[in-house]
Design a protein around this ligand. Structure first.
Ligand code: ATP
Ligand code: MG
Ligand code: MG
Ligand code: MG
Length: 477
């Protein structure tokens, strides 16, 4: 099945079961102070779960474009390095608002996966909430008994509160969930280590594909749970992971969702995908990030210096740095991916094709301006090394802080010249900066970064995190 067919089969499966197909909400959230970007299919139904608006359709289904780059769900660090977390992804979902509950949700998910998509039953695992005595939460035996009708008992696993209990916030609707995981390892490996042991263990070949949330409680201010008069179902399945499972690939990027874009990038970079791990990561980053940036712009969020706009700017700049550093793109290139992407999403999310020219122009302008900064930084680097025999920590930090060089880029440039970078010194300078920024209310950390303490602590965290964790990640590959 092609990815288009897979998406359509999901929607028509639930349409046939009386679900109303609704459009995706924009990825940019404008009227919710607790959320910057849509990060799950249920976001657009929040007011229904809270009982603030009447239910128009009691069964709905859709594919929701989601962005997980800030706040509670921030997967940015993993993107490109691993093969199954994206910045922007589609979450396929079906909902029951006070209509059907666990029985149907469980039976249908199993039917869809095994009969329509024909996924191998011997590679699927399901989890149920194990309960939490301290919190007074019971084991979800109801779900366990229902799963037993479909799945061998040794494939039904217990999951903890973190993975298998969903809450909207400190108070409000909540409930246990069941996740479905898929094991893509070759037979020999599956014989050696049981898949059961690898569920929720960060194994890149045994991954979560679907989460079925059963909203049955309301958490009160006192912390007490009371049963909801009307119970709801909220499910979310990662489309790209599903496609990968059905297409029998070991990476989301090997599916027809990403390959056309990756092939285009590889050709323009004069390389092939699958030859050099560093280049592969860069190609994955580009093919992923352009999706987040393009839809954010199409949905009304321009790159800028604060809040959501700043997050988008950082994502685009991350892509530019990978393109520049590992693929040799010294002039704007990423904007050329916009038309390809727009065409790919035609008929699914038409927002992009409708604004293709505008989106491409914004990306191009961002690329031009950031490449100028990078080039100036490189000039500064050249001048510096003409007079020094090694890169000291303060200078690596200046490049990072003023010119947006992550320390791996500095490391790369230094290696090319056979020079050493004082990483400890860099970390020290980074730490000092962090402390300074904590102390200040408003601080200007460079030519594009203006952050105020408070609202935007998220991004400051990401900035520093990225600078430091990338060092570790690059050592690994
Ligand atoms: P994971 O544990 O893999 O990070 P999750 O438990 O955070 O996933 P959920 O919040 O349960 O994910 O979201 C529902 C589904 O959305 C997941 O089962 C998965 O298939 C998909 N998904 C979640 N995060 C991502 C992502 N960053 N990129 C692609 N798909 C994702
Ligand atoms: Mg996650
Ligand atoms: Mg999970
Ligand atoms: Mg989950």
């Amino acid at each position: 099945m092609t990815s288009k067919e897979i998406r359509e089969a999901f929607l028509s499966f639930f349409r046939d079961r009386s679900h109303h197909v609704v459009p995706s909400a924009p990825v940019v959230v404008k009227n919710d102070p607790t959320l910057m970007f849509t990060n799950a299919g249920m976001n657009q139904f929040k007011e229904i779960f809270l009982g603030e608006v009447p239910v128009k359709y009691s069964r709905v289904t859709d594919t929701q474009r989601c962005l997980r780059v800030s706040g509670k769900h921030n997967d940015l660090e993993e993107v490109g390095i691993d093969t199954y977390h994206h910045t922007l992804f589609e979450m396929l979902g079906n909902w029951s608002f006070g209509d059907y509950f666990k029985k149907e949700a469980i039976a249908w998910s199993w039917e869809l996966l095994t009969e329509v998509y024909k996924l191998d039953k011997d590679r699927l695992y399901v989890t149920i909430f194990e309960g939490d005595e301290k919190e007074g939460l019971e084991r979800d035996l109801e779900a366990y008994d229902l799963w037993k009708n479909h799945v061998a008992e040794d494939r039904i696993l217990l999951g903890n509160k973190k993975d298998n209990f969903w809450e909207m916030g400190e108070t409000g609707p909540c409930g246990p969930c069941s996740e479905i995981h898929y094991d893509m390892r070759p037979d020999e490996q599956r014989d050696a280590v049981k898949g059961q042991d690898l569920v929720n263990a960060d194994d890149p070949q045994v991954i979560e594909i679907w989460n079925l949330v059963f909203i049955q409680f309301n958490r009160l201010k006192s912390g007490k749970l009371e049963p909801l008069p009307a119970k709801h179902v909220d499910t979310g399945m990662g489309f790209e992971r599903l496609v990968r499972s059905i297409q029998g690939k070991t990476s989301n990027y090997d599916t027809d969702v990403f390959q056309p874009i990756i092939q285009f990038i590889a050709e323009k970079a004069g390389t092939n995908y699958g030859v050099d791990e560093k280049k592969d990561i860069a190609m994955r980053v580009l093919s992923d990030h352009i999706r987040a940036v393009s839809f954010a712009i199409a949905d009304g969020q321009l790159p800028s210096n604060n809040k959501a706009g700043y997050v988008i700017r950082r994502i685009l700049r991350r892509a530019v740095r990978y393109a520049y550093t590992f693929l040799g793109f010294k002039t704007p290139f990423i904007n050329e991916l916009v038309p390809l992407l727009a065409k790919q999403f035609e008929g699914v999310f038409d927002e992009l094709i409708q604004q293709q020219g505008f989106v491409q122009k914004v990306v191009l302008e961002e690329e031009v301006s950031f490449l100028r900064t990078l080039t100036t930084g490189i000039q500064r680097f050249e001048n510096y090394i003409a007079e020094h025999k090694a890169i000291d920590g303060d200078f690596a930090f200046e490049l990072f802080d003023t010119y947006g060089f992550p320390v791996d880029l500095t490391g790369l440039l230094a290696r090319e010249k056979g020079l050493h970078v004082d990483m400890d010194g860099f970390q020290g300078a980074l730490q000092q900066q962090k402390e300074r920024s904590r102390a200040a209310t408003v601080i200007d950390t460079g030519d594009w970064v203006t952050v105020s303490d408070g609202d935007e602590t998220d991004f400051v965290g990401y900035d520093y995190l990225e600078a430091t964790t990338q060092i570790l990640k690059y050592r690994k590959v």
